[in-house]
Design a protein around this ligand. Structure first.
Ligand code: ASP
Length: 341
């Protein structure tokens, strides 16, 4: 930023005011030196991770598990702030507009950092206004219903949805969230509309599913599995190619009769665009260490969160993957007419 400003002073003077050019370049190099020193010292104060969904939900839990490890590694408190609403786009917007100093981090996933761009007229550009830090583990979705929903398996659910178009209510974390995209794909595959009920995250949606206020959620395994185990909701299928190691009794969507319903919700972390590379690398290093920690790995595995492979943990890998996902999914989401209404 300092270099950019000095550059524009040079352009304006165009050789007439040589003194100000020298002054400007001295100012620029000392500002750059300060920026470099700040990057080397980072972090010297608490880091805030903005989770764009409700506390206790899957994005929140992942950020807290990693945040705890990052705190121990970097020696500064890591605060989690839940800035919710509009499918996570309010929280992501907060980070896109924050100072690029490494102290405001965006936690998000396929929904917030890919799908939202196809659904909302965002005030920020998902690929240009945020600098990728690291790709985080992925989570397949579970199709879960309230305990007393009249469908014993996925085939019966599909038959019920077709016989009762527009009657089923599905909880989501807002338009453009993972649960909304998953539910919309289920509706598209069955050809029968579903009423979506938006929440500020799937933690509050899950409370309403457990109490029978809504009929179903296509929810992250991380959020749904403990309720399935307690018997307070029912799991009809997992949207993965193979059954989950941690829940081998739940059939895959292909086994349950709907092979098209495949979805993995990958997660990631980003910083505001323009963050010094040394800061991005330091945060990336702390995240990579956290992902390699056996205790963290075990905690995440019990939630059905896996990967990414070691070679995919760099900022460049996330940048390339996110761009490829935007190119792949925006046309699909738009063609499927998945919208905020
Ligand atoms: N990840 C969830 C979703 O997009 C929301 C949440 O974390 O609460 O459905």
């Amino acid at each position: 930023m300092a270099i950019g400003r000095a550059g524009s002073i040079f352009g304006f003077c165009a050789g007439v005011c040589a003194t100000s050019v020298v002054a400007a370049s001295l100012w620029a190099s000392s500002a750059f030196a300060q920026g470099g020193a700040a990057a080397l010292a980072y972090p010297v104060r608490p880091i805030t991770i903005i989770v764009p969904f409700a506390a206790g939900g899957p994005t929140d839990v992942l950020a807290r598990v990693l945040g705890e490890h990052i705190r121990a590694d970097l020696g500064q408190p890591v605060l989690i702030e839940n800035v919710t609403g509009a499918g996570g786009s309010i929280g992501v917007g907060r980070v896109a507009a924050a100072a690029p100093d490494g102290y405001t981090v965006s936690a998000g996933h396929f929904g917030t950092h890919v799908a939202n761009g196809a659904i909302y007229a965002l005030k920020y550009d998902l690929l240009r206004d945020l600098d990728p830090v690291a790709l985080l583990p992925s989570n397949p979705m579970l199709v879960v219903t309230r305990r007393n929903f009249p469908a014993a398996d996925l085939k019966e659910l599909v038959a019920w949805l077709k016989a009762n178009p527009g009657k089923a209510t599905a909880g989501t974390a807002g338009a453009g969230s993972g649960s909304h995209i998953g539910g919309a794909f289920l509706a598209n595959l069955t050809g029968a509309p579903i009423q979506f009920v938006p929440y500020r995250g799937t933690a509050p949606a899950m409370q309403d599913l457990v109490s029978g206020q809504i009929d179903l959620i296509v929810d992250q395994t991380a959020n749904a599995l403990s309720q399935v185990r307690q018997g307070s909701i029912r799991a009809l299928a997992v949207t993965a190619a193979t059954r989950l190691a941690v829940a081998p009794d739940i059939p895959t969507s292909a086994e349950a009769g709907l092979p098209g319903l495949r979805m993995e919700l990958w997660n990631g972390m980003w910083l505001p665009h323009g963050t010094p590379r040394a800061i991005v690398d330091k945060l990336n290093g702390a995240i990579v260490k956290a992902l390699g920690d056996p205790g963290v790995r075990e905690k995440l595995a019990t939630l059905g969160l896996e990967g990414p492979p070691a070679g995919q943990r760099t900022p460049e890998a996330l940048a390339a993957f996110q761009k490829a996902e935007v190119e792949k999914w925006w046309p699909i989401i738009k063609a499927a007419r998945i919208s905020a209404e």
